[in-house]
Design a protein around this ligand. Structure first.
Ligand code: FUL
Length: 695
C-alpha cells in the first residue's frame, strides 16, 4: 500500500507535535504531596467535645475536676456515621482544649479520662474515635491545644517536654492522622496547678515550633499541620465560615506563626505573591458555640446559612471544617444531625448532573496544538488531564456547546494546581438567544471555584481567562442546574405594623394569606412589605416557578401592633428602645442595672390585656435573660396592684426561646414587666422581642 507523501507528513507532524510539546513549567510555590491529598478532602468534621461540654463553658480555666467528665451514651460510631452520611471525609477531635483535660489516658498527666467516672476511668475517646473513623473509611485528625490552663509549668521550658510528649502519644498510638490542629489562642490567665495567675508567652518563640513540626513529620509524614500560618494549612482569618472570593493558596508564610495572625486579610484572601503554598481551611461551628450548650439548641444554623458557608469555602478555594458540639450524652445532637443531612441532600441535588460532561468543548488556543492539552480535557472527568495554552498565552477562552438550550445556575472550575495556582482574572459568559452575556466576573480559581448565579438558558457557555500568572491549566469545567432552595419564608412585622416576608433562595416567588388560610399559587403574590394593623395570622410559602414545587408554609400570629407604644421613664431614651417591637430577633434592648428592674410600657390606649410574649436577647454570651419576673397591668401607669402573672420562665437558662404567658384579661393602658433575676446571675436584663396579647 502506498501512502501519499502529504498524508504521511500530516500523520508525522501530529505525532511529533504530541511528543514534542513541552509540558508547562511549574509556576511559583507548589503544593506538597500531602497538601495535594488534603485539597481533595474538601469537607470534613470538627468535634468539640471535652471538659467544657460538662461545665457548659467555651474556655475552661483548668481547675475543673476529672469527675465532671461523664458522658452517658458516648458513641463515636454515631459521629462517624453522621459524618460519612453527610459526605464528610474525616473528623478532627479536640483531644485537649485550653483547659488541659485529655480525652486519652495520657501517661504524663492525671488530668484526663483515666480519672473520670466514664467507663470507670478505663475509657479512651481518642482511641474509640480513631477506630470508628477507620471503620467508616474516614480520615482521623487531632486538635492539641498548645495553651494549657491546667498545667503548673505552662509558660516555663518544662511544659514544652510535656506538650511534645503528648503530641508523640497522639501521633503514635492511634494510627494514621491526616491533620494536626494547633490553635493560636493564648488568653493568659489560668489555674496553672493552683497558681491562678496570668502567664504570657511569646507565641513565636516559646513553643519552638520547628521542633514541634519535626515531631509531626517524623511520626506522621502524611499529616498536614494546621495553624494561623500553617506550615501546611492556614486559618481563614474568621470563625464565621467564609473565605474571600479572591483566594490564593499562597502566603508569605514567615510573616505568620501559630497565634500570630496580625493581617487577617491575608489569611482570608491569601497573597498573590506568597512565598509558600498555604491553602485556607474554613472552620466554623454548626451552632454559635464550639462546645455544646443546651441554650443553643434552637440556634443550629439554617440550611441556607450552611449552604452559603459551603459555597463561600469549598466554592472559594478553601476546605470546609464543620464543627459538631457533641452533647453531654456524647452524641451529635438530633438537631445538628438534621441540619447537616439537609445540607448534604441539597449539595447532592446541586451537583447531581454535570451538564458539561461529554459535550463539545473548544479552546481559543491549545498548547502546541497537542491532543495532550486539548480543550476536552477540562470535561473528561479526569483530574490528571487538563487544558493548557502556549506559554505566552495568558488570555484564552474555553467554550462549551450544547445542541439545544440548557438551563444552568452553577459553574465549577478547577486548576491543575500540581503545577501552581495561576489564574488571576476570569469571566463566565453565556450565549443566550444568540447573544453573549457576562454572568460572572471573577478573580482566582485555584483547586476549586464554584460560582452561583440566577438560572440562565443558553446554548453555549464560555470561560474567559482574562489574566494569568503563567499559561492557564484547567482540569475541570463543569456546569450544573441546582434546584431552588425552598426554605420556609420568614415573616416579620415592625413597630409601624408593616409586614415583610423574606425567603433565602433566589428566583422564587412568595405567596401569602392574611385570613389564616393556607397559601397556594393563587394566593396574593408578595411584592413588597405591606401594612397589617390588625390582629390576625399571616401565612406564606415560596414556590419555584419552573418546577412548581413549594416550601413549607410559614405562619405568624400577630396581636395589636406597636405603633403607639412607648416605654415610660428613662427607658424611652435608650438607644435600642424600640428593638423589642421591630420584629427582628437579632436586635435587642439591654439595660445594665441592678435588678429588680421595671420595664413599663405605655400602650397608648386602654386594652384588654390577656398575656405577653418575651424573646430574650439572642446574643451569644450572657446577654441579660430574665429568669424570674412579675407582670402587672395598670390604667394610669402608677397603680399596678397585684401582679397578674409571675414566677420563673421555665428552663430559660438552657433554652432562651420565645416565652408566652397568658392570664385572664385585665383592662389597662400600661403594662409592667418586672425583671427579678437574670438567668446567669448578672445585674442585667434584655429583650429581643416583646408583644402584648389581647382578648
Ligand atoms: C479557637 C478556640 O479558642 C476555640 O475554643 C475553638 O477551639 C476554635 C476552633 O479555635 O481559637
Amino acid at each position: 500500500m502506498k501512502i501519499a507523501p502529504y498524508l504521511l507528513t500530516v500523520i508525522l507532524s501530529v505525532f511529533m507535535s504530541c511528543n514534542q510539546t513541552p509540558p508547562p513549567e511549574p509556576h511559583g510555590p507548589l503544593p506538597s504531596e500531602r497538601q495535594l491529598a488534603w485539597h481533595e478532602l474538601e469537607f470534613y468534621a470538627f468535634v468539640h467535645f471535652n471538659m467544657n461540654t460538662f461545665t457548659n463553658m467555651e474556655w475552661g480555666m483548668g481547675d475543673e475536676k476529672p469527675e465532671s467528665f461523664n458522658p452517658t451514651e458516648l458513641d463515636t460510631r454515631q459521629w462517624a456515621r453522621v459524618a460519612k452520611e453527610a459526605g464528610m471525609k474525616g473528623i478532627i477531635i479536640t483531644a485537649k482544649h485550653h483547659d488541659g483535660f485529655c480525652l486519652w489516658p495520657s501517661a504524663y498527666t492525671e488530668h484526663s479520662v483515666k480519672n473520670s467516672p466514664w467507663k470507670n476511668g478505663q475509657g479512651d475517646v481518642v482511641k474509640e474515635l480513631s477506630e470508628a473513623c477507620r471503620e467508616y473509611g474516614l480520615k482521623f485528625g487531632v486538635y492539641l491545644s498548645p495553651w494549657d490552663r491546667n498545667h503548673a509549668d505552662y509558660g516555663k521550658p518544662e511544659y514544652l517536654d510535656y506538650f511534645r510528649n503528648q503530641l508523640r502519644e497522639l501521633l503514635t498510638n492511634y494510627g494514621e492522622v491526616f491533620e494536626v490542629w494547633f490553635d493560636g489562642a493564648n488568653g493568659g490567665t489560668g489555674w496553672y496547678g493552683g497558681a491562678n495567675e496570668e502567664r504570657k508567652i511569646d507565641n513565636r518563640t516559646y513553643y519552638e515550633w520547628d521542633t514541634v513540626f519535626e515531631i509531626v513529620r517524623e511520626l506522621q509524614p502524611n499529616a498536614c499541620i494546621f495553624s494561623d500560618g500553617g506550615p501546611d494549612v492556614r486559618w481563614v482569618g474568621n470563625e464565621e465560615g467564609w473565605a474571600r472570593p479572591t483566594n490564593w493558596s499562597l502566603l508569605k508564610r514567615d510573616d505568620f506563626a501559630p497565634g500570630i495572625a496580625e493581617n487577617l486579610e491575608h489569611l482570608r484572601a491569601g497573597q498573590e505573591d506568597g512565598t509558600h503554598w498555604l491553602p485556607a481551611e474554613v472552620d466554623v461551628s454548626i451552632r454559635p458555640g464550639w462546645y455544646y450548650h443546651p441554650y443553643e439548641d434552637h440556634k443550629v444554623k439554617s440550611l441556607s446559612h450552611l449552604l452559603d458557608i459551603y459555597y463561600h469555602s469549598v466554592g472559594r478555594n478553601a476546605s470546609f471544617l464543620l464543627n459538631f458540639p457533641v452533647d453531654t450524652r456524647g452524641l451529635i445532637h438530633e438537631k445538628d444531625v438534621e441540619a447537616v443531612m439537609k445540607l448534604a441532600e441539597t449539595l447532592k441535588a446541586d451537583f447531581a448532573t454535570d451538564l458539561a460532561a461529554g459535550q463539545a468543548m473548544t479552546a481559543s488556543n491549545v498548547r502546541g496544538g497537542s491532543r495532550k492539552y486539548r480543550a476536552e480535557n477540562a470535561n473528561d472527568g479526569k483530574k490528571e488531564t487538563y487544558w493548557a495554552t502556549d506559554d505566552e498565552v495568558l488570555k484564552a477562552e474555553l467554550t462549551l456547546e450544547w445542541n439545544e438550550p440548557v438551563d444552568f445556575n452553577r459553574v465549577l472550575l478547577q486548576e491543575y494546581i500540581a503545577l501552581g495556582q495561576r489564574v488571576k482574572q476570569f469571566s463566565i459568559e453565556a450565549e443566550v438567544d444568540g447573544k453573549w452575556q457576562t454572568i460572572a466576573d471573577e478573580t482566582t480559581i485555584g483547586y476549586k471555584r464554584i460560582l452561583r448565579f440566577p438560572t440562565v438558558t443558553a446554548t453555549k457557555v464560555r470561560l474567559n481567562i482574562l489574566d494569568s500568572k503563567a499559561c492557564p491549566l484547567i482540569s475541570n469545567f463543569q456546569v450544573f442546574n441546582a434546584p431552588k432552595v425552598l426554605e420556609e419564608p420568614m415573616i416579620r412585622r415592625d413597630k409601624d405594623g408593616i409586614v415583610s416576608i423574606r425567603q433565602s433562595g433566589e428566583g422564587v416567588g412568595i405567596f401569602y394569606t392574611t385570613d389564616g388560610s393556607d397559601p397556594d399559587t393563587l394566593s396574593l403574590p408578595y411584592v413588597e412589605p405591606f401594612p397589617f394593623l390588625q390582629k390576625g395570622t399571616v401565612r406564606a410559602m415560596a414556590t419555584d416557578h419552573f418546577s412548581g414545587k413549594g416550601s413549607p408554609v410559614a405562619s405568624a400570629d400577630f396581636d395589636i401592633p406597636a405603633f403607639n407604644w412607648k416605654w415610660t421613664g428613662e427607658l424611652a431614651n435608650e438607644r435600642n428602645a424600640n428593638a423589642p417591637f421591630d420584629g427582628n430577633p437579632n436586635t435587642a434592648l439591654t439595660i445594665n442595672k441592678k435588678l429588680p428592674f421595671d420595664f413599663v410600657l405605655d400602650l397608648g390606649e386602654n386594652v384588654l390585656v390577656s398575656g405577653f410574649t418575651y424573646l430574650p436577647d439572642q446574643a451569644r454570651f450572657n446577654p441579660g435573660v430574665i429568669r424570674h419576673y412579675e407582670f402587672s397591668v395598670s390604667k394610669d401607669g402608677r397603680n399596678f396592684g397585684q401582679p397578674v402573672a409571675g414566677g420563673e420562665f421555665g428552663n430559660i437558662v438552657n433554652s432562651p426561646i420565645l416565652q408566652r404567658v397568658t392570664f385572664g384579661p385585665v383592662e389597662g393602658r400600661y403594662v409592667r414587666l418586672r425583671a427579678l433575676s437574670d438567668a446567669f446571675g448578672a445585674e442585667r436584663a434584655g429583650m429581643a422581642e416583646f408583644t402584648i396579647l389581647t382578648d
